[in-house]
Design a protein around this ligand. Structure first.
Ligand code: 13P
Length: 363
């Protein structure tokens, strides 16, 4: 599939004026500092996280013009917050205010009976600067871990439906429509349809169940309301890309998640484009042309939503198998302002090489 054509067609329909570029007066090439962030996912106990960060700082003493971010699991945040104090970093490593502590997620409610969740004000209180919201690990991978699918399959068994029907018929105000539907489903004649429906929902939920765009929107709001900057992740799966749905999907993810975010709040938002098919062990980074095209698309969308000035300021990161050997090419793309790095951020020498893109390596 020729994705350039797809994009141009799509964009022509949306705006009728195809590619638009940010006018020069809003572009100040030095104004956006590259942001290189490591998402440690569910790795490293607190002391191992500090040791990794220390080794990275040691290899990046001469770095001045980039912002760095580390996203340990929740359990590592406080320890790392204590370690990355600007005065200490300046004294020890000659780097100071350009190191940011990131959380990997937050919950949208501020307190209450939400066992296991962490609110944005709790994160702010321990020194977190920014929070990743809408990572694909949470958007679409939860179903297979949390067993939504098996519980749906169980509920669609004839035995369960019969049991439910029995209870409904005995209740005071049974809903006749539900009773008819259940009777219909339980009917022998329809057993093939019921089995098909169970399989369909099981597959859908295994592959897709996870955080909704609306939950992500609420998380963005909660983070901003508590003074945290947001790293909003978006990205298509392989199916969407092959179906030519990439831009429709990204537009939906971004517009829904940013609903209610005012223009003046947008400097607090960073977008991370992470195509799901390019993430993790065994995958390969997206081709440069596709990264470039999507970043242009996202910036055009931001122009539509917030105007040129905001679109010129918002940082758009790329994530998906960023490694020492491709960082330089990725960072050379005009629309790329940084990277969100998974696997390679767990190795000090590799992440240091990524941070030092374009500079001589010290290891
Ligand atoms: P990898 O760099 O391991 O592909 O992970 C990317 C990612 O998901 C960062 O958030």
């Amino acid at each position: 599939m020729n994705t350039s054509t797809t994009y141009r067609n799509y964009y022509r329909q949306r705006t009728a004026d195809r590619w638009r570029k940010i006018p020069a007066e809003h572009l100040d090439p030095g104004a956006i500092r590259p942001f290189l962030a490591g998402n440690w996912k569910m790795n490293l106990i607190p002391r191992a996280g500090v040791a990794l960060a220390a080794r990275i700082f040691d290899l990046c003493r001469d770095i001045k013009d980039v912002d760095l971010g580390f996203a340990p699991p929740f359990t590592g945040l406080s320890t790392l917050a204590g370690y990355i104090q600007p005065d200490f970093l300046r004294r020890e490593y000659g780097i100071g205010r350009n190191v940011f502590l990131l959380a990997q997620d937050t919950f949208f409610e501020s307190k209450g009976a939400f066992t296991g969740e962490i609110s944005a004000d709790m994160l702010a209180a321990i020194g977190v600067d920014r929070v990743i919201v809408g990572h694909s690990d949470r958007r679409s991978n939860l179903g297979k871990y949390f067993g939504f699918s098996s519980s749906v399959a169980r509920r669609l068994s004839p035995e369960f439906l019969m049991h439910t029907l029995h209870h409904l018929e005995q209740s005071e105000n049974p809903n006749p429509q539900v009773i008819t539907t259940l009777n219909h489903l339980i009917d022998e004649k329809n057993s093939g349809m019921l089995a098909g429906l169970a399989t369909f929902l099981e597959t859908e939920l295994t592959e897709r169940a996870g955080e909704s765009d609306d939950a992500i929107r609420r998380k963005v709001q909660a983070a901003l309301a508590n003074g945290l900057q947001v790293i909003l992740c978006c990205g298509e799966n392989l199916e969407a890309r092959n179906d030519g749905e990439t831009f429709t999907l990204l537009e939906r993810q971004i517009t829904t998640s940013l609903e209610g975010v005012a223009r003046h709040a947008m400097p607090e938002v960073i977008i991370a484009y992470e195509p799901i098919w390019a993430i993790g062990v065994g995958a390969q980074s997206a081709p440069l042309e596709q990264i470039s095209e999507v970043h242009d698309f996202i910036r055009n969308l931001l122009m539509d939503l917030y105007g040129e000035q905001v679109a010129a300021q918002v940082r758009i990161l790329y994530g998906g198998n960023v490694k020492p050997d491709n960082i330089e090419a990725v960072m050379q793309l005009a629309g790329v302002d940084g990277a969100l790095v998974g696997g390679a951020s767990l190795n000090a020498a590799d992440f240091a090489k990524i941070i030092r893109f374009g500079l001589p390596n010290v290891v």
